[in-house]
Design a binder for this molecule. Sequence first.
Ligand SMILES: [Cu+2]
Length: 114
Amino acid sequence: MSGLLLIVVIVIIVLILIWIFNSRTTMGNYQMTNTQNINIVDFAFEPPQLTINRNTRVVWTNTGSAHTVTSDAGLFDSGTLMTGQQFVQFFNNPGVYTYHCRIHPFMHGVINVQ
Ligand SMILES: [Cu+2]
């Protein structure tokens, strides 16, 4: 009888641990869904400077001719974006991330991650 009780208690503890683990995972995913948007309009990134919290993803949307979103430090590169195409980059660590367009080197942008 006490053996059966022990098994039931262990099963309940395991189920509680699984529930805790799953809820933490869900919270982690929820934090990752913070999104900020930058539009590429004519020959500029709008806004050219953006301050975000860490664990945020930035989505660039190209509304014009061919452009790229290329990290000055080589951390990321969208490749050529045609009209309507998007590029997504996650920023998980604080810092200053400067970037440019490879096709038009005079196009610059900055992401400040807090
Ligand atoms: Cu460009």
